[in-house]
Structures are given as structure tokens and as C-alpha cells.
Design a binder for this molecule. Structure first.
Ligand code: NAP
Length: 251
């Protein structure tokens, strides 16, 4: 079992991240499940994977904090071996509102987690996994959003802007790491049925309200986002780098 390659999923305790962690374990990865607030969920998922014969560990860490991110990678490596794959999934919107009604502290936190979180984790990953630094190479998938192009007016324009930043970072880093043995791609989900809409954004009934506007006429499930993430990580996508794969039911 020691030969399973290690994947670190940020914010892997619930939502899309948990689906990615679960599917990855089914596909033979050893999975490091990061959490910031959802310790119980992350621990339960790690136990579920172990009970099914997989390798997993739940690890705390606020991705916005570079020091905590380094400790997170150290922790993953000490339990599961070198981290070869990274899914930058952790993200939040803040309470939905018009820009002129939003709190600065909320927007600063969203930018810190969604932008610096992705950059911090990618940086720690590259320093370890790049063939330039003696690593074995690997792949990164960043979770962007269809909001990057839709703009999220009247809800969270600042969140949409962070996802635009994720797309730019994905394209630049893919080019930078072309010769480092690391592919970098993004998945941009559309409306996906998770807690982000009500618990995080505070918009009651958002999923049901938006679903009719989607060409496929329904929200996606977290498992439907996890599938393309796992494809981009896999050798089946060996010539794909710098891609932003929209998984949004046609929206
Ligand atoms: P979710 O259910 O609200 O989950 C968010 C995840 O992010 C949680 O696991 C949370 O972990 C983690 N997280 C938040 N702040 C963190 C921090 N500072 N450090 C580490 N982890 C942190 O939302 P989701 O829908 O699964 O969202 C996952 C990703 O998909 C996000 O990047 C989101 O922007 C993106 N996305 C979602 C949708 C959608 O419709 N659902 C659409 C497009 C893109 P804790 O609970 O442990 O803090």
C-alpha cells in the first residue's frame, strides 16, 4: 500500500473537496484531507477511507497562512509520503450582498483564502514536487468557478474576482512548470449542490432559484465535479496543462 501516490485536498472535509477525496481514494491515491473548521467531518472521512482499505489522514491548516500550509505539507508527507498531487479546493464567498453593502473584512478574508490560499499551497507543493528540486513531479488542479466569467453581480463580485485570479494563476503556473514535471489545470464548476450557497453565502433557496437558468436544468453534484478533477490529475490527461475546464451544465 506504500506505493499509493499522495494527493492533498484542501478543504477536503466536506462539499466538493470531500467528493474529490473519496473518489481519489477509490482510484488508489493516499489522501491527505485538509480542514480549517470541519475537523469532525474530515476525521470521519479519513476513517471511512481507511475502513475501505485506503490510506488517508485528516490534517488541520488555514490555507491563507503560509506557515500553516508548510506544516500541512510536512504532516501529509510524514504520514503518507511525498505529496505528488494537489487539489486547491478550499474556498469561500462571504455573505452575499451588493459590493457597496459588503464588509471589508469579509472581502479581505475571501481574497486571502481563495487567492493566497491557492498560491501558498502551490508554492509549498512546487518546492517539494518539482523535478527541479529533486521531486518526482505531479499535477495540480485548482478549483475555480464559472463565477470568474459570470461575475456574480449582486451576490459576491469579490468572490468572482478571486476566481478570475485563480484562472490567471493556473495559466501562468502551467507555463512556468512545463519543464518541472508538473501539470497545472483548473476545473471551473457551475452551480453545485453544497453548503456554500446557504450556510456560507446565506442565500436561502439559491440552488433551486438558479437551477432553471442552467441548460441542463439542474445543479451539479459534488461527485460530478470530482470526476473531471480526477481525470485532470491522471495520466489520461498527460498532455493537458493550463486548461480551465468548465463543468457548469452548459451555463
Ligand atoms: P463548501 O461546502 O462551503 O466547502 C468549502 C470548503 O473550503 C470546506 O471544506 C472548508 O473547510 C474549506 N475552507 C474554507 N476556508 C478554508 C481555509 N481557510 N483553509 C482550509 N480550508 C478552508 O463549498 P464547496 O461548494 O464544496 O466549494 C469548494 C470549492 O468549489 C470552493 O473553492 C468554491 O469556490 C468552488 N466552487 C463551488 C461551487 C458551488 O456551486 N458549490 C461553484 C463553483 C466553485 P472547513 O469547513 O474545514 O473550513
Amino acid at each position: 500500500m506504500a506505493d499509493k501516490p499522495c494527493l492533498l485536498v484542501t478543504g477536503g472535509g466536506r462539499g466538493i473537496g470531500a467528493s474529490v477525496a473519496r473518489l481519489a481514494a477509490n482510484r488508489g491515491y493516499a489522501v491527505a484531507i485538509n480542514y480549517s473548521r470541519s475537523a469532525a467531518e474530515a476525521e470521519a472521512l479519513a476513517k471511512e477511507i481507511q475502513a475501505a482499505g485506503g490510506r488517508a489522514v485528516a490534517l488541520p491548516g488555514d490555507v491563507a497562512d503560509a506557515t500553516q500550509v508548510e506544516a500541512l505539507f510536512d504532516g501529509a508527507e510524514s504520514v503518507l509520503g511525498p505529496v505528488r498531487y494537489l487539489v486547491n479546493n478550499a474556498g469561500l464567498t462571504g455573505r452575499a450582498s451588493r459590493l457597496d453593502e459588503a464588509e471589508t473584512a469579509t472581502m479581505e478574508r475571501v481574497v486571502a483564502v481563495n487567492v493566497m490560499g491557492v498560491i501558498n499551497c502551490a508554492c509549498s507543493f512546487v518546492r517539494r514536487a518539482s523535478t527541479r528540486h529533486g521531486g518526482a513531479g505531479g499535477a495540480i488542479v485548482n478549483i475555480s468557478s464559472s463565477a470568474a466569467t459570470l461575475g456574480s453581480p449582486n451576490e459576491y463580485t469579490w468572490y468572482a474576482a478571486t476566481k478570475g485570479a485563480v484562472d490567471s494563476f493556473t495559466q501562468g503556473l502551467a507555463k512556468e512548470l512545463g519543464d518541472d514535471g508538473i501539470r497545472v489545470n483548473a476545473v471551473a464548476p457551475g452551480l453545485t449542490d453544497t453548503e456554500i450557497h446557504e450556510r456560507e453565502s446565506g442565500v436561502i433557496g439559491r440552488v433551486a432559484k438558479i437551477a432553471p437558468m442552467i441548460p441542463l436544468a439542474r445543479p451539479g453534484s459534488p461527485d460530478e465535479i470530482a470526476e473531471p478533477v480526477l481525470w485532470l490529475l491522471s495520466d489520461a490527461a498527460s498532455y493537458v496543462t493550463g486548461a480551465i475546464l468548465r463543468v457548469a451544465g452548459g451555463r
